[in-house]
Design a protein around this ligand. Sequence first.
Ligand code: AMP
Length: 398
Amino acid sequence: MKILVLNCGSSSLKYQLMNMQDESVLAKGLVERIGIAGSRIKHVRTGLDAVVRDTDIPNHKVAIKLVLEALLDPNHGALRDLSELSAAGHRVVHGGELFTTSVRIDADVIKGIEEVIHLAPLHNPANLQGIRAMMDALPDLPSVAVFDTAFHQTMPPRAFVYGIPYHYYEKDRVRRYGFHGTSHFYVAHRAAEILGRPVGELKIVTCHLGNGSSVTAVNGGKCVDTSMGLGTAEGVLMGTRSGNVDPSVMLFLMEQENDPKVVSHIVHKESGLQGISGFSSDLRDIEEEAEKGNERAQLAFDMLCYGIRKYIGSYAAAMGGLDAVVFTAGIGENSSLLREKVSEGLGFLGAHFDPSRNQVRGKEAEISAPGSKVKILVVPTNEELVIARDTRDLVGKR
Ligand code: AMP
C-alpha cells in the first residue's frame, strides 16, 4: 500500500510518498512560493539526488499536478502509475472540538474543517486548498485528515477552560486547543516502545521544541495538558512568538499600538528569541552569540530553558509523577546545550542527566544516567508516519 502524505501551507506544500509494507519513504519533496514569484518544486527520490524545477506555480492545483508528475517521472519518480496510490493523508492544523481523531474526508468533514476556519485563519484554508486540489486531481482516491489538535482533545475542562467568563467558551469556543498533537502523540508512544513499557502505564512530558514549541503532559498515553492554547503563541518562548505573557502586557500593547493586527504581529513575529536577542530567531545563532558573551542572547537562551523546566515541573505535579521527559523537533533533537541546561535542574524529580550520553543529534537516545528513575530521551519526531498510519487504518476499514 502506497500513501501520499501532504502538508499544505498557504504558499508551500510538503509531501512524502510512503510504502506501508515497510513504512519506508519512497520519495519526498517541497513545493515553495506557491502564488509568489520564484516558485519551485524540490523532489527527492530516496537514494537519488534532489531534482529542483523552477516554474510558475500559481496555486495548489498546479502544485499537486507537479507533485504527481514528479512522482511519475521515469528517472526520479517512485510510481509507474497513479493507480499504485492507495490514499492521501492530509495534515490539517485545526479540528476544533469537532475532530477528536483522524477521519476519512467526505463532504461533511470538509464542512467541519470550514466551520473552524476562524480558529486557524492562516492554516485551515491552505489545508483545504490542498485537500480540494488533490480531490480534483484524483477524484477516486480516498483521503484522510489528521488534525494537529486532535491528540489534545482528551484534556479535561480544568486544563482547557480559560479563567474568563464561561460564555466565551460556550458561545465562541474560546479555550485551550493545543498544537503539534501528532508529534506529541508519536514521540510519547515511541518513548514507551524504547523504554519497553506500555504507554498506558507512563507519565511523560513531551517537549516539541522548534520554531514553534509546545510542551505536553501525556498520562497513560493521553494528553492531559499542553502549553499552547487557543492560538500558537502561548507557552514557552519560541523563535518569534512570545510564549506566556500577563494579559496586562497585552492590554498595554493594545493601548500603545491601538491596532490588534499590530499587536498580533508583535507577539507572533517580533517576540521570542528574536525579540529578546534583537538579532535572530534561530537557536543556533543565539547559542553562538551567547558563547561569545552577548548578554541578550544569553538571556533569551536562559528564558527558554527556564520556561521549559517550569513546564516539566508543573506537569509532573499535574500528573502526580513522572516517568520520562522527551525532547523532539529542531531544537529538541539537535541542541545538546539546551537539553543539558533544561535537564540539569531536574534531579529533584529523580531525572538524572548524563552529559556523556548527550552528544547526539537527530537520533533516538537516552540521555539520562543509568539507573535514573525518570528517563530523559531524545526522540526525532515523525508526523508523516503517524499521518500515513492513520490513513492506512482508516482507508483499510472500508
Ligand atoms: P523546526 O521548527 O522543528 O524545524 O526547528 C527549527 C529550529 O531548530 C531552528 O530555528 C533552530 O533554532 C533549531 N535548531 C536546528 N538545529 C539546531 C542545532 N544544531 N542547535 C540548536 N538549534 C538548532
